[in-house]
Design a protein around this ligand. Structure first.
Ligand SMILES: C[S@@+](CC[C@H](N)C(=O)[O-])C[C@H]1O[C@@H](n2cnc3c(N)ncnc32)[C@H](O)[C@@H]1O
Ligand code: SF4
Length: 404
């Protein structure tokens, strides 16, 4: 993921090299790649991601599709110099922005370059995000032929009024049609992204969106409460009183409905905002949450290798300029202390259905566990702490109460 604001961190070296300690034991850890495609046909009023429309880029040659593709190829070369090429990629994820705004041949070309450089594990999961209006049966077949195995469509809602509030340009039926095309093209796994709790959404809108999504039998669903990000057109419309604010209680109710409806349809939660059929969890996201190594390619992309995190410059032009002269595109980085890595494990693992290994907690934190269990927010499954449905709604508060 590439959220809009970058952390400050420390300066990153121009050659992109990592401290030796980050690579100790790397051979035993999984490796993933994320490719950020920072282009969208138009900007949705709620979205704070690092993405640009053609008008925002203003035709600058340094920010063209060609410059982007050259820079991505150069960053793959940099990753190979820094990491070596003995580890193959377990998962690859193209996110955005709108990856499918690029021709399928471009996405296939980047994947081929990753495959040629690192190799893909035998059962590698290769996902692309896609906007429903930006795919055709032909483009989807080309993606499967290029090696993509999984696709995640940004459906968001099936209610025309909600899609309008979100500035989405697809019609309700389009996402469902695209799922059919993806199946025919041969994608082994299809996911739908939904957003709940938008200002004008009714309980009925949400229920019908879930029913519509389930009517095409997705393997996986991500459902996110709408976040009103500062500085977005949506935030301004709410401030001006044109739209109502989002409501935490309403969003909590919508979450409970989603959890029940999805479970009844055979999709179980495996992370607070993610549900899947058995063995269809997104392995790429699990790799993030379990602390694997991943290299994020593209403007604003974040990476993590052995406790060192770094993030690229955000603008496509500065990204391409850095790589064109052989420099790393990293804007900053940080090495996590043992304490920070432990806290991070608690933050990430407690949000997973497999739960948090109690061994990660300090003695005083372990002594808080019975209180959390008796208040109904979590239960113990063997030596792991697993959130209840109410605990998932209050995950941030549970983590705050648990940590020293
Ligand atoms: C950044 S988008 C990229 C994929 C694609 N362009 C799309 O819009 O479907 C990835 C997902 O993030 C979620 N998302 C983005 N901004 C959000 C916000 N402010 N609140 C909740 N979810 C958001 C949406 O569900 C979206 O499907
Ligand atoms: S299409 Fe996706 S990435 Fe692009 S602006 Fe909309 S939500 Fe953001």
């Amino acid at each position: 993921m590439t959220p809009s604001a970058l952390p400050e961190g420390d300066p990153a070296p121009r050659d992109g090299m990592l401290p030796e300690a980050a690579l100790v034991g790397a051979g035993a850890r999984g490796l993933s790649a994320y490719v950020h495609v920072p282009f969208c046909a138009s900007r949705c009023g709620y979205c704070d991601f690092n993405t640009y429309t053609a008008a925002e880029l203003g035709g600058a040659p340094g920010a063209s599709r060609e410059a982007y593709l050259d820079a991505v190829a150069a960053e793959i070369g940099l990753a190979a110099r820094v990491l070596g090429t003995t580890r193959s990629l377990d998962t690859v994820f193209f996110g955005g922005g709108t990856p499918t705004l690029l021709p399928a041949a471009d996405l296939g070309g980047i994947l081929a370059s990753l495959r040629d450089t690192f190799g893909l594990s035998a059962d590698a999961e290769v996902t692309t995000e896609a906007n429903p209006e930006s795919v055709t049966p032909e483009s989807l077949s080309a993606l499967v032929a290029a090696g993509f195995t999984r696709i995640s469509f940004g459906m968001q809602s099936n209610a025309p009024g909600v899609l309008r509030v979100l500035d989405r340009t697809h019609t309700p039926g389009r996402a469902l049609e695209a799922v059919g095309w993806a199946r025919e093209a041969g994608f082994g796994s299809v996911s739908l992204d939904l957003i709940y709790g938008s200002p004008t959404e009714t309980a009925d809108d949400w229920r019908r969106s879930l029913d519509a999504a389930l009517s095409v039998e997705p393997d996986h669903v991500s459902a996110y409460a709408l976040i009103v990000e500062d500085g977005t057109p949506l935030a301004r419309r709410i401030r001006r009183g044109e739209l109502a604010s989002t409501d935490d209680d309403v969003q909590a109710e919508r979450y409970e409905v989603a959890d029940q409806v999805l479970r009844e349809a055979g999709l179980d939660w495996y992370e607070v905002s993610n549900w899947s059929r058995p063995s269809q969890a997104c392995r790429h996201n699990l790799a993030y949450w379990r602390g694997a190594d991943w290299w994020g390619i593209g403007p604003g992309a974040h990476s993590h290798v052995g406790g060192v995190r770094w993030w690229n410059v955000k603008h496509p032009r500065s990204y391409a300029e850095r790589l064109a002269v052989g420099d790393s595109p990293a804007a900053g980085r940080e090495s996590l202390s043992a304490h920070e890595r432990r806290v991070e494990r608690v933050l990430l693992e407690l949000r997973l259905a497999e739960g948090l290994d109690l061994g990660v907690l300090t003695g005083s934190e372990q002594r808080r566990v019975p209180g959390i269990v008796s208040s109904g927010l979590a239960s113990l499954v063997g030596d792991r702490l697993v959130l209840s449905q109410r605990g998932r709604l209050l995950a941030d508060a549970v983590i705050r109460d648990l940590l020293d």
